[in-house]
Design a protein around this ligand. Structure first.
Ligand SMILES: [Cu+2]
Length: 78
């Protein structure tokens, strides 16, 4: 079965440990269509894989709900 998967990159500031990463992961996983979240605490880069496009406001809301600061989209290639 083929599913369309879209990768989205974001930058989040304020995370300092694995617990922070877990909080962000849980909130973002709650967004519709999200299947996987990878958080790099050291760089603040968050990669979200989803079956749909994501509204930036929804992502910002999830990050803020977790207690961190949404800085914007990030390139997936670096
Ligand atoms: Cu922490």
């Amino acid at each position: 079965m083929l599913r369309t998967m879209i990768e989205h990159g974001y930058t989040v500031s304020g995370m300092s440990c694995g617990h922070c990463a877990q909080s962000v992961t849980e909130e973002l996983t709650g967004l519709p269509g999200v299947t996987e979240v990878d958080v790099d605490v050291a760089t603040g880069r968050v990669v979200v894989r989803a079956e749909t496009a994501l509204a930036e406001d929804d992502v910002r809301g999830a990050v803020e709900e977790a207690g961190f600061t949404y800085e914007g989209t990030a390139s997936l290639v670096s």
